[in-house]
Design a protein around this ligand. Structure first.
Ligand SMILES: Nc1nc2c(ncn2[C@@H]2O[C@H](COP(=O)(O)OP(=O)(O)O)[C@@H](O)[C@H]2O)c(=O)[nH]1
Ligand SMILES: [Mg+2]
Length: 205
């Protein structure tokens, strides 16, 4: 048993990599954040690390095309993956960073958990489902974070969480669903605890 406590607030920016070859050595544990552009990924990273400027909150959707790495110490890293699904971007650019995203997901050995961020008002779009299905097939645990939950009433919020849980249940995988608001800090504790558990998992033989 490890007695270490993980503090996401220790995260410091390490590098922005255009492809996986430019990433730190593939050892230790990484937890990656992925989602459609504008899903609230940068805001969630800032909230969870308690650092306002950690992931620059992009005003122009689709500009965060790089793999951003944040060290939290002890060979553990948070990974901010390029946002996907933004239409108003030249196809060549899109292909390039979608390739970086795909390569990261397929090849990165230290990836131990995937946070998929979706706007609670529009969850489970095709690309989100592709990603979650892929993680399920790869035995990678998933936290589906339903962002901007402050935009819905309590009743609608619970209904949406239930709907997403039901939709994902047939995958029979390690998938947790949590409503989240960076604005109100809703779901922060739960998300933090799931992510820290991933960081504390014993390495496999
Ligand atoms: N109301 C509300 N707006 C949010 C929340 N999180 C993000 N946003 C807004 O959604 C937009 C996209 O957020 P951002 O974090 O840049 O998304 P990213 O493209 O996924 O990194 C910004 O205008 C944010 O202010 C939230 O919890 N509540
Ligand atoms: Mg962003």
């Amino acid at each position: 048993m490890s007695s270490t406590t993980i503090h996401l607030s220790k995260a410091t920016f390490t590098i922005s990599a255009p492809d996986i070859r430019r990433l730190p050595e593939d050892s230790g544990i990484e937890v990656a954040f992925a989602g459609r552009s504008n899903a609230g990924k940068s805001s969630a990273l800032n909230t969870l690390t308690n650092q306002k400027g950690l992931a620059r909150i992009s005003k122009t959707p689709g500009r965060t095309q790089l793999i951003n790495v944040f060290e939290i110490g002890d060979n553990k890293r948070l990974i901010d993956l390029p946002g996907y699904g933004f239409a108003k971007v030249p196809l060549e650019m899109k292909k390039k960073w979608q390739k970086a995203l795909g390569e990261y997901l397929e090849k990165r050995e230290s990836l131990k958990g995937l946070v998929v961020l979706m706007d609670i008002r529009h969850p489970l779009k095709d690309l989100d489902m592709d990603l979650i299905q892929w993680a399920a097939d790869s035995d990678l645990p998933v936290l589906a974070l339903l962002t901007k939950s402050d935009k819905l009433s309590q009743g609608k919020r619970s209904a949406e969480v239930l709907k997403v849980k039901k939709a994902l249940a047939p995958l029979n995988a390690d998938i947790k669903v949590q409503a989240f608001s960076s604005l109100k800090r809703t779901g922060e504790e739960q998300a933090n605890s799931i992510i820290c558990d991933w960081f504390l998992e014993e390495p496999e033989e």
